[in-house]
Write a protein that binds this ligand. Structure first.
Ligand SMILES: CC(C)(COP(=O)(O)OP(=O)(O)OC[C@H]1O[C@@H](n2cnc3c(N)ncnc32)[C@H](O)[C@@H]1OP(=O)(O)O)[C@@H](O)C(=O)NCCC(=O)NCCS
Length: 159
């Protein structure tokens, strides 16, 4: 039998949405690799110029099921975070958020988009399927809870 995929909508978010964002953040990233941001890191960056939060929500419900956080500066946009609640993985929600980020960046005049992702994160497959290619590596960029270090790769594409 086919899996029922519930329709979602994307909305602009704000600091008032941080409870839902943190619920998704903690469930999606876990703590193993040190990729998740804290609530105070999110609250601190949101008021900054060029920073925006986008939320994915079910059509019929106020719960946040995914989000992206990004920053546009001049002709470059950076995807800072992208996460979808694990209960809703592989339903196309991450791809919707990623496409919306790229569209927004283009509309705001960015010619390139880039992001940092842990080397080995399965999300790399999603980014490469969306035209991103590696342009650099940051060694020991992420720090796990026990002090372990993990490299990040920088991916970029034209808008
Ligand atoms: C990465 C993430 C946002 C993807 O969200 P998602 O809603 O499951 O992604 P989608 O369903 O839109 O996937 C789109 C495509 O990306 C690829 N993809 C996504 N997740 C993948 C995985 N775990 N392994 C391999 N390919 C994957 C596939 O090609 C997929 O298409 P398919 O399902 O038709 O094969 C989600 O797995 C997540 O929240 N991970 C934890 C947080 C994280 O690591 N974020 C990225 C770093 S900021």
């Amino acid at each position: 039998m086919a899996t029922l995929i519930r329709p979602i909508q994307l909305h602009a978010g704000s600091s008032a949405d941080l409870d839902g964002v943190m619920r998704v953040m903690e469930a999606a990233f876990g703590s193993t690799y040190g990729e998740a941001w804290t609530r105070s890191q999110c609250a601190g960056i949101l008021p900054m110029t060029g920073v925006a939060l986008m939320l994915a929500r079910d059509d019929d419900c106020r719960d946040t099921i995914g989000f992206s956080l990004f920053r546009t500066v001049a002709d470059d946009a950076e995807l800072l975070l992208l996460a979808v609640h694990p209960d809703r993985h592989r339903q196309g929600i991450g791809a919707r958020l990623l496409d919306a980020f790229i569209d927004r960046a283009r509309t705001q005049g960015a010619r390139q988009v880039h992001l940092e992702v842990r080397d080995g994160n399965p999300a790399v497959a999603m980014y490469t399927a969306h035209g991103f290619a590696p342009i650099g590596r940051r060694t020991r960029y992420y720090r796990g809870p026990g002090g372990e270090r993990f490299d990040a790769i920088t991916l970029a594409r034209k808008t």
